[in-house]
Design a protein around this ligand. Structure first.
Ligand code: C2G
Length: 131
């Protein structure tokens, strides 16, 4: 059974997130998603609309997702890969090259980011009364 892992904030869950998870699952048999905690998002300087408990619940409800774990630090990826017996690390290509160090532990693949959608753009559209 090929085990895949990916990481992200997944705030204001949208089609770009869904396509990432769909493609990540299609590359294996079991998909673990590490969802950034509120504390880690502060480290990432990422302001979220939804708290971790809600973002994790939404991701857990996605049919492509088999397990959700918290992402609390930048440094946890290698130990996660080992602890969870991960074969493949996947993330959007906005991170191209950033996680190549994980090739020591598992396969690494960057998936094309879905254009023209992001949590930031959604917030802006709502603020501007679009849609
Ligand atoms: N994504 C995508 N297309 C979009 C928006 C996001 O494919 N239009 C992907 C991102 O590339 C990422 C995942 O969806 O793989 C989650 O995106 P974010 O919630 O923005 O996650 P990010 O803040 O990039 O956190 O340690 C890694 C970080 O936690 C990643």
């Amino acid at each position: 059974m090929k085990r895949v892992i990916t990481y992200g904030t997944f705030d204001l869950f949208h089609y770009g997130h869904l396509r990432l998870l769909e493609r990540a699952k299609a590359m294996g048999d079991y998909l673990i998603v590490a969802v950034s905690t509120d504390e880690f998002n502060r480290i990432k300087n990422k302001h979220c609309v939804y708290p971790y408990i809600e973002r994790a619940a939404i991701v857990r409800a996605i049919k492509y997702v088999d397990e959700v774990i918290p992402e609390e630090t930048w440094e946890q990826k290698a130990s996660d890969v080992i602890k969870h017996g991960v074969d493949l690390f996947v993330i959007g290509d906005d991170w191209q090259g950033e996680f190549d160090f994980l090739k020591e532990y598992c396969q690494v693949h960057y998936l094309e980011r879905t254009p023209n959608i992001s949590s930031t753009e959604i917030k802006g559209d709502i603020r501007d009364g679009k849609g």
